[in-house]
Design a protein around this ligand. Structure first.
Ligand code: PLP
Length: 359
């Protein structure tokens, strides 16, 4: 199977499994699992925070962050497309009693500073208390720049807001910037998150660990976050095996994200060529990816034919339906990752060529 559904589908490598098997274990709810502690300490130092907390998922580390920054009746400014707002079951409202204030995402994925400023409520009992600004990077595979990240944290600070990054794929952003500027990706990652109060980093996406996410912040913030994690049922016991996979991923799988980005470029440019050769540009459009995620917008009939035919060749991807100017369209998403090889990209292009030329 060639699985482009998500970068969450990866299997741990043999070396990662060995690190997991060798991990010393304790009870992390008592705070004495040495492998969890090693991961937390390593990650905090790596990204320039005082402390870190390991939790089962990115949804949980985001929710812990929201609930640790905000009280009941507070408000968090988010993007319409942010995962924290749109893809986490409304958790901040349902479980945190936090009011989301969504703002339109710009075509580059960012929020306009003017929109953020206009959304901050005055201190008036009619309004929820605006407490937090959330930024997501990468967002839909798009990279928010170093300048933009600095601008947003300064804007938050100068308006007495806390600021949190959903950095599920922050290392994809760092590697994309580092590749373009010939910089060190770890150094770029530190620069991207500087000035933020907290960040959630997923270990089980591009980094290839089987489970887990980290929340990073000040020691005082992480102490509060630990209480919230317990309340949400995210305290794990002998979690060191999972933490060892996460540590291995942070140490060994960051630089190689450049391969995933290159594979995404090869896949997108190959598909563009096929679509053009088949004269299908009006029915099949795609944006060149900045990292490891490709979106293609297709007429619904072509999309269902393409996805069904790819399925016969054991190629999997995700497809969602949406309305555009009264027409039903389909958006396909293809994600490259640790378990996608160049021969698989070539196989995908070859069967896409066959399917589309016979359409
Ligand atoms: C941007 C972003 N944030 C957070 C998450 C949540 O991660 P998890 O699936 O570990 O809950 C995801 C998952 O796809 C994501 O894409």
């Amino acid at each position: 199977m060639i699985d482009f559904r998500s970068d969450t589908v990866t299997q741990p490598t043999a070396a990662m499994r060995a690190a997991m098997a060798a991990a010393p274990l304790g009870d992390d709810v008592f705070g004495d699992d040495p492998s969890v502690n090693a991961l937390q300490q390593y990650a905090a130092e790596l990204l320039g925070f005082e402390a870190a907390l390991f939790a089962p998922s990115g949804t949980m580390t985001n929710l812990i962050a929201l609930m640790s920054h905000c009280q009941r009746g507070d408000e968090a400014i988010v993007g319409q497309n942010w995962h924290t707002y749109k893809w986490e079951g409304g958790g901040m409202a349902v479980l945190g009693s936090i009011q989301p204030q969504p703002l339109a995402n710009q075509p580059d994925g960012s929020l306009l500073a003017a929109d953020v400023l206009a959304a901050i409520k005055p201190d008036d009992p009619h309004f929820a208390r605006t407490r937090l600004l959330v930024i997501e990077n990468t967002t839909g595979g798009q990279v928010l720049s170093l300048d933009y990240m600095a601008q947003m944290s300064e804007l938050a600070k100068s308006n007495q807001l806390a600021c949190h990054i959903d950095g599920a794929r922050i290392f994809n952003a760092a590697v994309a910037i580092a590749t373009a500027t010939q910089a060190d990706p770890y150094q770029v990652a530190r620069q991207l998150v500087a000035g933020y109060d907290s960040i959630s980093v997923c270990l089980s996406k591009g980094l290839g660990a089987p489970v887990g996410s980290l929340l990073l912040g000040s020691a005082e913030f992480i102490a509060r976050a630990r209480r919230v994690r317990k309340m949400l049922g995210g305290g794990m016991r002998q979690a060191g095996g999972l933490a060892a996979a996460g540590l291995y991923a942070l140490q060994q799988h960051v630089r190689r994200l450049a391969d995933d980005h290159q594979h995404a470029q090869q896949l997108a440019s190959g598909l563009k060529q096929i679509v053009s050769d088949c004269g299908l540009e009006t029915q099949f459009s795609l944006q060149m990816p900045q990292t490891n995620i490709i979106f293609c917008d297709l007429d619904a009939a072509l999309a269902s034919h393409f996805v069904a035919e790819l399925g016969k060749h054991q190629v999997r991807l995700t497809s969602s339906v949406y309305q555009s100017a009264g027409q039903t369209k389909s958006r396909l998403r293809l994600v490259t990752h640790l378990d996608i090889t160049l021969p698989q990209i070539q196989a995908m292009l070859s069967c896409s060529g066959d399917i589309l030329s016979n359409y």
